[in-house]
Design a protein around this ligand. Structure first.
Ligand code: COA
Length: 164
């Protein structure tokens, strides 16, 4: 069975993430969406439980997707669940440079192969931080996050992001 991990912070998940989830789930028999923390980011805006709930809501109709939390190194987590393929999205040329470094590190740490999916045109300019910023200014998020979670994400960000 072909299995892969799509890791990220998903803070919050967007149409861009869903695009990759849908496409990768057609290529692999089983796709783990691994929800973690990026040490380069000061803190997460949504709890791990909230992010898992959002991902479950937006991917509920994709049977071969499993949402899992992870802590520590991605390579260690992947080895623990015996998966050796990572899926990453590429949106821009600049992102490729950073991704290549990460891929090399994940190979060194755990012999993980990284496969890239080019983000679909419509979603190349979305990022979770931009979504958070838009909500902070009171604009609804229907163009950026799936309908199932839009209300919850908007309500939370528009009332708490002003503290950032
Ligand atoms: N469409 C739209 N946006 C996307 C996207 C897509 N297909 N894919 C990613 N993004 C966005 C994310 O929302 C995020 O936006 P933000 O920076 O505004 O919040 C941004 O692109 C970066 O995403 P990503 O590169 O996935 O970073 P991340 O912070 O979401 O996740 C981890 C990074 C958690 C996978 C990584 O830090 C990790 O593996 N950590 C564990 C520790 C470890 O192993 N470190 C060594 C790694 S070599």
């Amino acid at each position: 069975m072909k299995r892969a991990i799509f890791p990220g912070t998903f803070d919050p998940p967007t149409f861009g993430h869903l695009d990759i989830i849908e496409r990768a789930s057609r290529v692999f028999d089983h796709l783990y969406i691994a929800v973690g923390h990026n040490l380069n980011k000061p803190y997460d805006h949504f709890t791990i439980g909230e992010r898992i709930k959002f991902l479950k809501m937006i991917s509920h109709d994709i049977p071969n997707v499993e949402i899992v939390p992870f802590e520590g190194l991605l390579a260690d987590f992947a080895n623990r669940i015996n998966v050796s393929t990572i899926i990453r999205a590429i949106r821009t040329g600049a992102e490729f440079e950073a991704e290549a470094i990460q891929a090399s590190m994940n190979w060194n740490l755990g012999h993980l192969e990284t496969l890239y999916m080019v983000a679909s045109n419509n979603y190349r300019l979305i990022s979770s931080s931009l979504v958070r910023e838009v909500a902070q200014y009171g604009r609804r998020l229907h163009a950026f996050v799936p309908e199932e979670i839009e209300e919850m994400v908007f309500e939370r960000l528009s009332t708490t992001c002003n503290k950032d």
